[in-house]
Design a protein around this ligand. Structure first.
Ligand code: SPQ
Length: 421
């Protein structure tokens, strides 16, 4: 596809529902006693994979646009699926399911697409095994023999909300207490949701303790817009001349707002208004205007708060004066693709001064770039980041695959080009 260039970026956008929260609302709704009603659900391919897996385990789920009704059957109400659960491109579905399925009274198998089959699953299977889980393989396909689990005290070696959540979910089924120590705070949507559903869960800074739970109350969830999707428009608004973009109803949970801190630190003109709260999640309207950006250094405990936004933050760095160093971000190597390598290779194609490092990249920004034929590696966030990058390149650019954006943002290109109307 040719990447059409917009002449102006002005207007108001409502991005689709948060992907992380949408997955969790369906999963926890399925395990609750009774009807969970979800509005603002993300109809992206990843969340539809989650719905498909739970339907295969006997849960009735109806979808009407962005409204989803999940008929929960309780913590022990899932039934053995007649076939392997297919999680598509979704790491969240795959890893969180491991936590739920390990403590069931039936056996299951899980697999996903070519990208999922390459992603490491030992980060969840190892600690789950310490809880007594029986899981064969470190990568998909995984074969899980349901068994009685027991609680553990576990210090996480990587900052990962998926690992933390898998262990919390397993902890709902485990005898005794399960305590998880995070080294750095990762997104806490599971903790907020489970607390509102009456689970025996407590959070003390970086430590989470969960106890065996007999029932969960159903949810009424109104899912805010995904800040990871808003990120493309935040960067576009900051780098395009004469722009002003307002993104309404965006989730600004403090475990997710690293991009706002970094863009502000780079000099971006960002306003946050209309802050309100729903089910423990904070929500706001974000306005971004054209800005003069400076390079910066990004590393340490902010990384889990912006991990999915790093490809598009790298785009901002290309148009910032001076050097931007992204470090401590080795987790990017095990996403849908190796996002360090993919960003460096694709950005170099259009003349960006960018160097790969062991745990990130260094970008010397503020130089002219030219159009190129870009590859997405089937990664939704690469497709959307490269579309933003191409806007300020001299000449034309193409993208080998725009369809992968449907994983997290099916209407991305429609929304993007509306800004030029
Ligand atoms: O679900 P998946 O494929 O892992 O999606 C990604 C993404 O870019 O959308 C990562 F590739 O987001 C993860 C995120 O990186 C979603 C997530 C969650 O919902 O818990 C947590 C993060 O992953 P991790 O490995 O740090 O736990």
């Amino acid at each position: 596809m040719d990447i059409k260039k917009i002449k102006k970026a002005r207007g108001t956008i409502k991005v689709p529902g948060d992907k992380s929260i949408s997955h969790r609302a369906v999963m926890l709704g399925a395990l609750a006693d009774g009807i969970t009603s979800i509005t603002g659900f993300l109809n992206g391919a990843d969340c539809l994979s989650t719905i498909d897996c739970f339907r295969k385990m006997g849960i009735d789920i109806t979808i009407d646009n962005n409204k989803v009704i999940v008929c929960g059957k309780g913590l022990y109400g899932l039934k053995k699926p007649s076939q392997t659960l297919y999680t598509g491109n979704s790491g969240t579905t795959t890893r969180l399911l491991c936590g739920i399925l390990a403590g069931q009274r039936f056996d299951t198998s899980i697999t996903g697409d070519a990208s999922i089959q390459k992603r490491p699953m030992d980060r969840v299977t190892k600690p789950l095994t310490l809880m007594g889980a029986k899981i064969v393989n470190d990568r998909c396909p995984l074969y899980i023999t349901g068994t009685q689990l027991h609680g553990i005290d576990y210090t996480m070696p990587v900052a990962s909300a998926q690992v933390k959540t898998a262990l919390i979910l397993a902890g709902l089924y485990a005898e005794g207490k399960t305590t998880i120590h995070e080294l750095e705070k990762s997104r806490d949507h599971t903790e907020l949701m489970l607390t509102s559903m009456g689970a025996k869960l407590s959070v003390d800074s970086l430590d989470i303790t969960v106890e065996k739970t007999s029932s969960l109350q159903p949810l009424k969830a109104d899912i805010p817009g995904d800040i990871s999707s808003a990120a493309f428009f935040m960067v576009l608004g900051a780098i395009m001349p004469n722009s002003e973009i307002t993104i309404t109803n965006v989730g600004i949970n403090p475990t997710r707002t690293g991009i706002i801190d970094v863009l502000k630190d780079m000099g971006a003109d960002i306003t946050i208004e209309n802050i309100h709260y729903s089910a423990g999640e904070s929500i706001a309207d974000i306005t971004v205007r054209s800005s003069v950006l400076q390079g910066t250094e990004i590393g340490g405990d902010i990384i889990p708060k912006l991990i999915d936004e790093l490809p598009v933050i790298a785009v901002a760095a290309v148009f910032a004066d001076g050097e931007t160093i992204i470090k401590d971000a080795q987790e990017l190597k095990v996403k849908e693709t190796n996002r360090i390598r993919a960003v460096v290779d694709e950005f170099q194609k259009c003349g960006v001064d960018i160097t790969e490092t062991d745990d990130g990249m260094i970008i010397n920004g503020g130089k002219t770039i030219h159009g190129a034929d870009f590859k997405t590696y089937g990664d939704h966030r690469m497709a959307m980041s490269l579309t933003v990058l191409a806007q300020l390149a001299d000449g034309s650019s193409t993208l080998d695959d725009n369809d992968c954006a449907r994983v997290s943002y099916p209407s991305f290109f429609d929304d993007f080009y509306k800004l030029d109307k």
